[in-house]
Design a protein around this ligand. Structure first.
Ligand code: PNS
Length: 164
């Protein structure tokens, strides 16, 4: 059984992530979307919220499961019985960081491959950071994120604005 782990912050998941996920699920028997839990980094959405969103929007795809992890990615990948890590590449600017990670992971666990999938052109400029920035400033993010993310972003921004 070919298993791939698609790790990331997914704060929040964008249509760019979803495109990578759908395409990678054609290459593997199972893809585990793994949301990193970094206690030192406070996100916009909690880990539980991100996992819940991801579960909702991937429920149509039986090959996809959603989980969270902390610690070394390579330890998690091995525990899952996976053979590969999946990462999306948007532009050259992603390359340095991704290569550093892939080479470090390869040093730690040479038997695990990192597979890069090039983002489709319509999502090349998308990032979770930009999505949050635009949404917080009242801009339109329609078509860039799943509609559930749009809803949850609106709710969260309203909640933060009301001071609760
Ligand atoms: O979506 P992101 O924030 O670009 O994802 C980064 C992620 C989760 C892939 C990366 O931070 C990671 O793998 N963290 C786990 C820690 C680890 O294994 N570090 C050593 C290898 S570089």
């Amino acid at each position: 059984m070919r298993i791939g782990v698609y790790p990331g912050s997914f704060d929040p998941v964008t249509n760019g992530h979803l495109d990578i996920l759908e395409r990678s699920s054609k290459l593997f028997d199972r893809v585990v979307v793994a949301v990193i839990h970094n206690p030192q980094k406070r996100g916009f959405f909690t880990i539980e919220e991100r996992v819940d969103i991801l579960k909702n929007i991937t429920s149509h795809n039986p090959k996809v499961s959603v989980d969270s992890f902390s610690g070394l990615l390579m330890d998690y990948v091995k525990n899952q019985g996976a053979q590969a890590v999946i990462r999306g590449l948007r532009a050259v600017s992603d390359f340095d960081y991704e290569m550093q990670m892939a080479l470090m992971n390869n040093k730690l666990s040479p038997e695990i491959e990192t597979i890069f999938i090039i983002s489709c052109p319509q999502y090349i400029y998308l990032s979770s950071t930009k999505i949050k920035e635009v949404a917080i400033l009242g801009g339109c993010i329609h078509g860039l994120v799943p509609s559930l993310v749009e809803e949850r972003l609106k709710e969260k921004i309203k909640l933060l604005g009301s001071g609760s």
